[in-house]
Design a protein around this ligand. Structure first.
Ligand code: ADP
Ligand code: MG
Length: 245
């Protein structure tokens, strides 16, 4: 898999409240250029909200998000979302469009590519996620795993510098999880800077450079997978691991 130049990512002391509910309370995260961070933690701890502040689907109340050391908070959000791709648990494909059109749409609208360029790029990207033969299918004709790989291809076609995955395999039947994780692992190996919110501890262990444990709106503990999984320091992380491993 090819990537464009990846960038480093830093989340610095990000705070965010929904009304009186303080969901992020000073979250910090560092991902080196080409690194992969897996974010783990209990439901409601703020993992999705943290991801959404990185590509500015939500604006933090305080703190900063930096790509290669430069704050993105004053950038144009649409331009930023071309640099920072995101894949969700629900694939969010357009059901009435073919797989190919799902991928070309953003290339035409956001990148202003002409039809031939968009189609060529989309086909190449679909090929890379193992779906060259499905270009003319509708999403409903594909398995959930294939649909998620279309969603990944759609994000990658924009040549992002960072990819965010929010429980990308949580809605899939168990036998379909592996194929999607394999695509994500390939992407990490190709040097894409990634933040992956996941319950797949095996993936976190084998693919992540950094594992970050979120609890109550902060990254409570982070480090290389061996340290986080084999020698967790914080009691809350120990309790979480005893429940999921
Ligand atoms: P996680 O992904 O770790 O499960 P989330 O980031 O989705 O956690 O949510 C953290 C908390 O913020 C939850 O209590 C959730 O109900 C709340 N929350 C998330 N999004 C909103 C929103 N748009 N409005 C109000 N509360 C929200
Ligand atoms: Mg979530």
């Amino acid at each position: 898999m090819t990537t464009t130049t990846s960038v480093s990512l830093a989340v610095r002391d990000v705070h965010l409240a929904f009304g009186a509910h303080r969901v992020l309370r000073g979250a910090d995260l560092d991902v080196a250029r080409g690194g992969a961070a897996c974010v783990i933690g209990p439901s409601g701890s703020g993992k999705s909200t943290l991801l959404r502040t990185i590509n500015r689907l939500i604006e933090p109340d305080r703190g900063d998000v930096l790509l290669d050391g430069r704050s993105v908070l004053r950038d144009d959000p649409d331009a930023l979302r071309q640099r920072v791709g995101m894949v969700f648990q629900q694939f969010n494909l357009f059901p009435h469009l073919s797989v190919l059109r799902n991928v070309t749409l953003a290339l035409r609208k956001l990148k202003k590519l002409d039809e031939d360029e968009a189609v060529a790029l989309a086909r190449a990207q679909l090929d890379l996620v193992g779906l060259a033969g499905k270009a003319d299918s509708r999403p409903a004709q594909l398995s959930g795993g294939q649909q998620q790989r279309v969603a990944i291809a759609r994000a990658l076609a924009l040549r992002p510098q960072v990819m965010l995955f929010d429980e990308a395999t949580s809605a899939l039947d168990p036998e379909l999880v592996k194929g999607v994780l394999a695509v994500m692992a390939d992407l990490a190996a190709a040097g894409m800077t990634m933040v992956v919110v996941t319950h797949e501890m095996g993936f976190a262990r084998s693919v992540a450079d950094t594992v970050a444990f979120m609890d109550a709106g902060v990254v409570l503990e982070s480090g290389p997978p061996e340290a986080v999984f084999e020698a967790p320091e914080h009691p809350r992380l120990r309790r979480f691991l005893s429940q999921v491993l």
